[in-house]
Design a protein around this ligand. Structure first.
Ligand SMILES: NC(=O)c1ccc[n+]([C@@H]2O[C@H](COP(=O)([O-])OP(=O)(O)OC[C@H]3O[C@@H](n4cnc5c(N)ncnc54)[C@H](OP(=O)(O)O)[C@@H]3O)[C@@H](O)[C@H]2O)c1
Length: 328
């Protein structure tokens, strides 16, 4: 097989460098399915993957890219056929197993999800890991009572980021009419409204509140930021309400008291998209492909492998909005 292009992350003189290089199949991690990658996408973890000591990549060189869609070119698993369109997210992809920022990827067949019939390879990555995580968060809130029947007050944090923007759009599509988007910059207000949020608040409005219990404002919070932002919001959750937590973009420490939990019966719901079972992820992808499908109306940027390092820099600098897909 001819050499192909990939983004390689290396450690050179104790610095992390990410460059597009000619790569050979021998440089791909082992697996029994070889996929010609059509699209990958840019997620927060991909930005961390090219930082030093961020804990995403521990052994170099590595090809990052935690998700991708493409066409099978070799397979020794009879459940997955050559020519089949597939998608892969999570597991060790783009961390300790070479990932999607490459024209070819090789993975174990257990990680491979057949592309749902009503999604294209491109649409699958408009969702990507962010869409899967947004859907898992909504599903967790639904399992704890979220329903359009009650039109609850819902808050989505990091609402113009990848997970947040898809969550707002899916909630709007499902018919929720009291969606509040939390942002932190003026230019994000109009973006959040265009996604379908009826209200927009700034993270700063909820900061520095010292009371362990505050005015009950939100029945459900879909948090993608974590850290101080999530901590500040817990006192504002209604009696019996829930908050899903999936992210650490705002830090990993959660500062709270037991009072919202023991006096208001508040629930914290942890969300993981990386290691959930194939059965669970297949079911969620089916929803994303049908009744929760917002891929047609999602605004996204499309970049080439050559343009990818700039997108990653923008994400690191907080100058990135919504979703970016990478065309291989
Ligand atoms: N649990 C899982 O399986 C899973 C899966 C996917 C993602 N995640 C996590 O979910 C989070 C979001 O991922 P993503 O890909 O959507 O990232 P993203 O596109 O970079 O979005 C992050 C959002 O959070 C906002 N934000 C960051 N720090 C903030 C702070 N201190 N205060 C207020 N807002 C802040 C950003 O605002 P600015 O644009 O202003 O910076 C942006 O809107 C990440 O932490 C990621 O690791 C977890």
């Amino acid at each position: 097989m001819k050499p192909f292009q990939a983004l390689l992350v290396k450690e050179v003189e104790e610095q992390i460098v990410a460059e597009i290089e000619q790569t050979t199949i021998e440089q791909l991690s082992q697996g029994n399915v070889l996929i010609e990658v059509a699209y990958s996408s840019v997620n927060y973890k991909d930005m961390l993957a090219v930082q030093k000591n961020a804990g995403v990549i521990r052994e170099y060189p590595m090809i990052p890219g935690i998700d991708f869609s493409g066409t099978v070119v070799e397979s020794d698993d009879e459940a997955i056929s050559v020519g089949q369109k597939v998608l892969v997210t999570g597991f060790a992809v783009g961390m300790s197993h070479t990932g999607g920022f490459s024209e070819y990827a090789r993975v174990p067949s257990e990680w491979v999800i057949p592309l749902p019939e009503t999604l294209t390879l491109k649409e699958a990555m408009i969702f990507g890991t962010a869409g899967l995580t947004a859907a898992l968060s909504i599903q967790a809130l639904e399992n704890n009572g979220l329903s359009v029947d009650n039109q609850p007050e819902i808050l989505v944090t990091g609402a113009t980021g990848g997970v947040g923007s898809l969550a707002v759009q899916i909630l709007a599509k499902l018919g929720f009419t009291s969606i509040t988007a939390m942002v932190r910059k003026e230019n994000q207000v109009a973006v959040a409204q265009s996604l379908g949020a009826q209200n927009v608040v700034f993270a700063s409005e909820f900061a520095d509140q010292k009371r362990p219990l505050n005015k009950q404002k939100f029945h459900y919070i879909l948090d993608t930021v974590g850290g101080q932002v999530a901590s500040d919001l817990i006192p504002f959750i209604h009696y019996g309400g829930s908050m899903s937590l999936c992210g650490n973009a705002g830090g990993i420490k959660l500062a709270t008291t037991v009072l919202p939990f023991i006096l208001r019966g508040v629930n914290l719901l942890g969300i993981d998209s990386v290691n959930i079972s194939v059965e669970e992820r297949t079911a969620v992808w089916e929803k994303l492909a049908t009744s929760w499908n917002v891929s047609q109306t999602t605004l996204f940027d499309e970049v080439t492998l050559a343009e990818l390092p700039k997108t990653i820099e923008d994400l690191k600098a907080g100058q990135h909005l919504g979703r970016t897909i990478v065309k291989l």
